[in-house]
Design a protein around this ligand. Structure first.
Ligand code: UD1
Ligand code: MG
Length: 403
């Protein structure tokens, strides 16, 4: 009983108190720094406002620094009892926490470099791969478990209950990190969306971790909570200033920082597949964006919605020549329009098609709306998907696995 309070709940309570401190500090610090960011030319134009104000950008760096600072102070807490008593020091748990922070710190730095230098796409893929190496190394040293359970319906077909993916499992984890970091960044462009979606995902992960605290793998979920609670606090503070009308922009720094935090807890907490369930809107947005990302159809620099004369947001569009269009592009547009996924307006030799993002898709399905309504709608989608994720993870999982 005593052990349970000392080992399980006390570090979490301290972490929670630290998170409240993180929230209060971040909320106060952000407005104090806006002028400094403007002076340093770190700003973006809020394109969907009539005033087109300069809004200080890359506040992810402030949030990330406070977050890391809080975690630095937290390091001794989970290991306090082993300092006092002479128990065996849990080196493997210690190195996990340090490696997760190293990867997050590295991603924060690289994300800030992206905001300042506006890097090309190839670096956006390379950076997270590099930054994920510390967590992958620790995974290798601590677990090196590359076996996955085969879902029940596929077992008869495969003839095995589990398969060892070996190197491919590491490739999968690497791709997960690259995906997590970029997926939030490409579902962006309306006030409050980046921070909002990160907050919803973090809250979902936290609920999942709390449920799993009662299970046999409580240690890894406790570890995840150490990283998630301060993250929620920092992100909530950022969202307060980033919500419509935005007083600050989060920048790519925040998207990368958030993505790496999720990847780190997913990988080191052994629930990367459940984590992916919370990323369903981002996965959809990525798959939907593939034709533009891989340039099968044109992809403008910005794909966020645009302001119409009535002051509402409507889907932004790209132009494509309908003459001598490659077969693949023609085919993709056909299939997408068959499923009502694009709104295409044909002119003589040109077609105007909406940019393929979930944001624009909602606008073509529901009609133009105000920016804050749009963000709310997108966050509602995110919350609904999390609810479905819990249904898949709990009641439905028994159809696929022995749980
Ligand atoms: C990604 C998207 C791009 C989208 C952009 C918006 C892809 C491939 N890239 O690019 O389509 O337009 O994010 O963030 O999908 N901004 C606003 N309001 C907001 C948030 C951002 O007007 O609420 C504008 C500001 O001018 C800001 C800029 O977007 O400066 C930030 O864009 P940036 O993060 O540099 O774009 P990418 O991440 O490269
Ligand atoms: Mg961005």
């Amino acid at each position: 009983q005593n052990l349970l309070i000392w080992d399980l709940w006390l570090p979490l309570v301290i972490n929670f108190c630290l998170s409240i401190f993180v929230y209060c500090m971040t909320v106060r610090l952000i407005p104090k720094l806006t002028d400094k960011f403007l002076k340093a030319n770190l700003f973006g134009i809020d394109v969907n406002k009539k005033s087109r104000n300069k809004v200080p950008e890359a506040f992810g760096v402030v949030v990330g620094c406070i977050y890391l600072l809080a975690l630095f102070f937290f390091i001794p807490v989970p290991f306090g009892r082993t300092f006092i008593s002479d128990d065996n020091f849990p080196h493997h748990e210690f190195v996990e926490l340090i490696a997760a922070m190293l990867s997050i710190c590295c991603m924060l730095l690289l994300g800030f470099a992206d905001d300042v230098l506006d890097l090309a796409w190839r670096y956006k893929l390379l950076f997270p791969s590099v930054a994920s190496l510390p967590i992958l190394m620790v995974y290798f040293v601590n677990f090196n478990s590359t076996i996955i359970m085969v879902p029940l319906p596929a077992r008869a077909w495969l003839g095995a209950a589990s398969v060892n993916l070996g190197m491919f499992y590491y490739l999968y984890m690497l791709l997960t990190t690259v995906f997590c970091t970029n997926a939030i960044n490409i579902l962006a462009g309306v006030n409050g969306l980046e921070a909002g979606q990160a907050l919803v995902i973090a809250c979902s992960v936290t609920v999942f971790n709390f449920i799993e605290l009662a299970g046999p793998l409580y240690k890894t979920h406790q570890f995840s909570l150490y990283l998630m609670l301060p993250f929620i606090a920092a992100t909530a503070a950022l969202l307060k200033h980033n919500w419509y009308p935005s007083k600050v922009f989060v920048g790519d720094t925040f998207c990368y920082f958030a993505g790496m935090t999720f990847a780190a807890v997913g990988i080191l907490g052994h629930f990367s597949k459940t984590m992916m369930l919370f990323f369903v809107p981002q996965i959809f947005n990525f798959v939907y964006s593939v034709p533009q990302l891989f340039h099968f159809v044109p992809c403008p620099r910005h794909r966020m919605p645009r302001l119409n004369k009535a002051g509402l947001l409507e889907a932004s569009r790209f132009q494509v020549s309908t003459q001598n269009m490659p077969f693949l592009s023609r085919f993709i547009l056909k299939v997408f329009s068959l499923f009502g996924l694009i709104d295409r307006q044909d002119e003589s030799k040109m077609a105007q098609v909406n940019n393929m993002t979930l944001i624009n898709l909602i606008l073509i399905w529901c009609g133009p709306m105000r920016e804050d309504k749009l963000t709310m709608a997108l966050l509602l989608v995110q919350v609904s998907c999390s609810c479905i994720a819990f249904m898949i993870r709990y009641p439905l999982a028994s159809y696929f696995y022995d749980v």
